[in-house]
Design a protein around this ligand. Structure first.
Ligand code: FAD
Length: 455
């Protein structure tokens, strides 16, 4: 492919590829530079995605937003957006027709419909997960003399040599099904993800290190506000098909081939932040070191499927004080209560979720069948919703979540060694969430600043 020669006005200090929260956080930091952000989609935000329907926010992507002191929290504050705390009870369970919303998790196996053997296996499994989650939290604490990079490296290396299924050991069939339903929010089966990855996700819930707020109006409020404030820097509808290293006499330059509304054109930049998912970065970046390309190729992603529903106002909502209700024996595996996102109590907003293999299977279904199957289960187990569904939206995330497989920590040095003129950003660089993505974007921008300051 021979790209057209860039015009002088198409030469930038920094080109950012990808307008998810990683790319937008980088662009915000670099907004006073000659900088451009190229986003393939018509909307910014990537996996931060919500819409409004008749004044009710319907969230379809990420939703739990970290608070003050985090990169995302600071951006939310700078954009002047309103947040609301999640309902006080983070987690509940609906299983085989019994709802357990206020029971402490260690007591759940005693209340659930299980045989004696299953109950015992469930208790053992719970103890192993709790112990592992505690070790994961302890490993994430910064020790004297350590940098944030040291902590990240230690967290990645934690329980990295075996799978979560191996760490937990064999389980009776029904307990195994429950276990898989509880871990599918990582986009993977316990037999695929590393033990460290799975334990970290439990630690986030139990140690309440999970982000604790919702954005009023829906999570898209953040990328929309950032894109508006960045103005002409952000170019939606511009897909980068290649970013390759070219050299001028004095400086290395990255030349990007871009497909935009006016056809294909080229852009030159002194540094290029690749804030795209690992497989996209692998496909478009020509000139990354072979070890980095091979590491990018080995980052695995799992599927997510979300169905967001607007409900008529209801007098009694049984999940009012609960944020997430696991539903392991239904078509969807979690119901999220998103009423905290509403400006006014003009109806209810819930998001049904499925991850991993269950999501991959549901994505393949035709949409009318999928919708009626999920709504049937919703109305059967949450009868207060009967006849109250006003609107349904679906989002299919084929590559919803990167997850660590055993040996993932060994890929990190090759990714960390990419130091310019290409720079990497994105949630796949650590335990994936919006804070990891935004933090990686901010760090890539700081590195870009340092590179640009070099004589
Ligand atoms: C259903 C769901 C629920 C989640 N829940 C939470 C949660 O509650 N809390 C939390 O913290 N995280 C959550 N996450 C994870 C969070 O959304 C991600 O970790 C984060 O948004 C990733 O940001 P990113 O910028 O790295 O990637 P992305 O958001 O994927 O952004 C990458 C961008 O690159 C663009 N792009 C791709 N190819 C090209 C190209 N060739 N040229 C130009 N642009 C391109 C894409 O269109 C996209 O906009 C959830 C994710 C999903 C899907």
């Amino acid at each position: 492919m021979v790209p057209a020669t860039p015009r002088p006005e198409d030469t930038y200090d920094v080109a950012i590829v990808g307008g998810g929260i990683a790319g937008l956080a980088a662009a915000w930091r670099l907004r006073n530079r000659r900088c451009i952000l190229l986003e393939a989609d018509a909307r910014p935000g990537g996996r931060l995605y919500s819409i409004g329907w008749a004044g009710i926010p319907l969230n379809l992507g990420a939703h739990m937003v970290p608070g003050a002191g985090s990169t995302v929290g600071d951006l939310v504050a700078e954009m002047g957006l309103e947040t609301r705390r999640l309902p006080p009870n983070l987690f509940g369970l609906e299983y085989r027709g019994r709802r357990h919303l206020h029971l402490p998790t260690p007591l759940l196996p005693f209340a659930m419909r299980l045989t004696f053997t299953e109950r015992l296996a469930f208790i053992r499994m719970g103890a192993k997960l709790r112990l592992g989650a505690r070790r994961s939290v302890a490993g994430g604490r910064m020790r004297e003399g350590e940098s944030a990079d040291d902590v990240r490296a230690r967290q990645l290396a934690f329980e990295d040599e075996r799978t979560l299924a191996d760490a937990v050991g064999p389980l009776p069939e029904r307990v195994n099904l429950l276990f898989r339903a509880l871990t599918e929010r990582n986009g993977a089966d316990p037999s695929e993800m590393s033990a460290g990855h799975g334990l970290r996700s439990f630690a986030n819930v139990w140690a309440r290190t999970a982000p604790g707020t919702n954005l009023v109006g829906g999570t898209s409020m953040l990328p929309i506000a950032l894109a508006n404030r960045l103005g002409p820097i952000v170019k939606p509808g511009h897909r980068v098909v290649q970013a390759r290293l070219t050299r001028s006499e004095t400086d290395p330059v990255v030349t990007l081939t871009v497909e935009g509304p006016a056809g294909e054109h080229a852009i030159d930049a002194r540094t290029c932040i690749l804030a795209t998912p690992a497989h996209v970065t692998r496909a478009i970046a020509a000139g990354l070191p072979p070890a980095a390309l091979s590491a990018l190729e080995r980052i695995r992603y799992g599927a997510y499927l979300t169905m967001s529903i607007a409900l008529d106002p209801m007098d009694h909502v049984s999940w009012k004080d609960t944020y997430a209700i696991a539903t392991p024996d239904l078509a969807f595996s979690v119901l999220f209560n998103h009423d905290a996102m509403r400006h006014e109590p003009n109806g209810h907003s819930v998001m049904l979720f499925r991850g991993a293999l269950g999501a991959a299977r549901s994505i393949a279904e035709d949409e009318p069948t999928l919708v009626s199957r999920w709504l049937e289960d919703l109305e059967m187990r949450f009868p207060e919703t009967r006849g109250r569904v006003r609107h349904v939206e679906i989002a299919k995330w084929q590559t919803g979540a990167p997850f660590a497989t055993p040996g993932r920590a060994r890929l990190q040095p090759a990714l960390d060694a990419v130091e310019g003129p290409f720079l990497l950003a994105g949630d796949y660089l650590e335990f994936p969430n919006m804070e990891a993505a935004a933090g990686s974007g901010r760090r890539a921008a700081e590195r870009a600043e340092r590179l640009l300051a070099l004589p």
